[in-house]
Write a protein that binds this ligand. Sequence first.
Ligand code: AMP
Length: 307
Amino acid sequence: MSITVVGSVAYDSIETPAGRRERCLGGAATYFSLAASFFTDVRVIAVVGEDFGPEQESVFQARNIDTQGIERAPGKSFFWEGSYLENLNEAKTHNTELNVFAAFEPKIPVSYRDSEFLFLANIDPVLQRRVRDAMPGVKLVAGDTMNYWIKDHRPALLEVLKGLDILLINDTEARMLAGNNNLVRAARAVMAMGPQSLVIKHGEYGASLFQSATGNGAASKTFKAPALPLDEVVDPTGAGDSFAGGFFGYLASQPELTPGAFRRAMFYGSTMGSFAVERFGTERLQQLSRNEIEERFNAFRELTHLD
Ligand code: AMP
């Protein structure tokens, strides 16, 4: 099984209570693909500028991530600057420069066309939609977005939501998208926009899975996964995308999408999110092993097991 992902590949300047880093490799598609690559084959669609070199490319190659669909364009890569000085659960954006993404026309390599899973990571919803439309044969489509697009690009985003099976967003975004502060009502309103499954991430408090009632009379369902209590959160950047990579990567590795597979996927999502925040940028994901993932998954099990 393989996942094709479209989203930002970027340089990030980040400030957290643990310090500051300038222009480290980031982007939603970067974190997503690193996390998902521990579970399944990953193929990336994105655009980078002339400032993206062999050192950055090698981060993807070391995890066997297919980068044929990462186009190089004249100009600078996407750049994001943010901080978490007041609240570790929510980034404060200081600067967003789309750069080469502003004129990006996604082209899907022929070798990507047999992907059964598609992830629309955080980027302009117009681009998400184009990639979705160009891959009509996929079995499962999941996606992410953020306040930036919810506030100022709502009509385009609503079009994307219609074509999603699963949406992953954080609780502030869910409330903003639905225009409702009650999370259960917000979840219902968001699912009415398209996705049958909705994952709402609560930062250090874990994540909730909402699934709408099926046509054959089954009731709607809710499931909750905790986050691992950590001694120190060094850099929350990429936690959401790494959650998505663990969640969707695990689903793509499963022979059947049973309710149990969705529940375990929530725990693998939390597992990958918990690693991402231990160091700045993608550092921790780059040095991770599958054994460490299993150990932490089991720690999550123990955290919540009753008997
Ligand atoms: P998160 O997992 O939510 O912490 O996402 C962090 C990543 O999102 C960073 O590496 C940024 O490069 C990327 N990012 C920030 N703003 C945007 C945006 N408007 N569109 C796409 N990606 C973004």
